[in-house]
Design a protein around this ligand. Structure first.
Ligand code: ATP
Ligand code: HSE
Length: 318
């Protein structure tokens, strides 16, 4: 479920009247997503996504996130643009909550992606990296290896063991990842959470990259490693599909070839990506009651991917 706040018909009509988008025809709550409330809005002119920022997102970051969407869509990246209200504002407030109206993009998130789709995702990722180099704002990554290791330390060995007896081993692995974290790699603004559920596709075409709410300044090769870790395994993280990884990197390099240092760094970057998702999933697991409506994501899926990247080194990417 992801509609945390009730908005009545009058609230919605009043809000939509602040924009030059035609008249409200319908508004339906969207079930997917866990962080924000989302509605599919139809007006006499078009469809839109209305997002109400509920938790986790600092409103001070909205100029960065929403400005980035506009910058990338101006550069013809497959990213929804923000609809500005009649006064030019990219977001408004309803009571004390920020809301933004965002372009609706067609497409569905692939569940069993094929190599042609991975290639297209690689191209789209490289396109956004190149376009984002001209974006004038920056945002520090607050989920790099030192921070995510600290999150796991804070969870505690005993609590991690309650999730899975093999999970506490991540603490020692995390020390190694932090100690050997590559620096000075080519940077841009990165999505840093490009999972299949954040990509909309029609056939083999990427029609939308969404959910830029973890976007930050960072190494472009790290974003490629995140995408590799998120797309190239089965749901449990046990089986790796090498042909998907190959297609992703080929697509990426068709627009932006990797430097030697980026290629060498991929195994470490992928392990750092796994650490980040193990940490956020473990924290969410411990914070979410087992009977909550939101389904908990298993940190062990990324523990297995981390083990895969450790065991295979550079050959995980060839
Ligand atoms: N611009 C868009 N065009 C079309 N559909 C969209 C768009 N933005 C969001 N959606 C739909 O809304 C759903 C929820 O959006 P999103 O994943 O951003 O939710 P969230 O709660 O903000 O994120 P998360 O679950 O990752 O925390 C998506 O799965 C997608 O179906
Ligand atoms: N995409 C992440 C959630 C956002 O942190 C995951 O699947 O764990």
């Amino acid at each position: 479920m992801a509609v945390y706040t009730h908005l009545g018909a009058e609230d919605l009509a009043r809000l939509i009247a602040e924009y030059d988008v035609g008249e409200l025809v319908s508004a339906k709550g969207i079930a997917e997503g866990v962080s924000n409330s989302n509605w599919l809005i139809e007006t006499t002119r078009a469809r839109y996504i209305l997002t109400m920022y509920e938790r986790r997102i600092d409103p001070a970051d909205l100029p960065f996130f929403l400005g980035l969407l506009d910058h990338l869509s101006d550069a013809n990246c497959p990213v929804p643009r923000t609809i500005h209200d009649r006064s030019g504002a990219a977001w408004r407030k309803i009571d004390d909550k920020a809301v933004a109206l965002i372009e609706f993009l067609p497409g569905v998130s692939p569940t069993t992606p094929n190599p042609a789709q991975l290639r297209a995702v690689g191209v789209a990722l490289a396109q956004t990296h190149l376009a984002a180099q001209g974006f004038p704002m920056t945002r520090a990554n607050d989920l790099g290896p030192p921070q995510t290791l600290a999150m796991l330390v804070q969870c505690g060995r005993d609590a991690l063991a309650l999730i899975d007896p093999e999970l506490p081993a991540v603490l020692a692995l995390g020390d190694g990842i932090v100690a050997s974290w590559p620096s000075d790699l080519p940077a841009s603004i990165i999505h840093s959470d490009l999972f299949p559920d954040n990509v909309l596709m029609l056939g083999d075409r990427v029609t939308g990259m969404i959910d830029f709410y973890f976007a930050c300044s960072g190494a472009m090769a790290y974003d490629l490693a995140v995408t590799h870790a998120a797309w190239c395994f089965d749901q449990s993280g046990r089986r790796n599909y090498a042909e998907l990884g190959k297609a992703l990197i080929e697509g990426y390099e068709s627009l932006r070839p990797l430097s030697e240092s980026e290629r060498t760094a991929l195994p470490s970057l992928a392990q750092g990506a796994c650490l980040r998702f193990i940490a956020s999933r473990a924290q969410d697991w411990l914070d979410t009651p087992a009977d909550a409506l939101v389904r908990r994501k298993d940190p062990m899926d990324f523990m297995r991917r981390l083990e895969f990247y450790r065991a295979n080194g550079q050959s995980a990417f060839t």
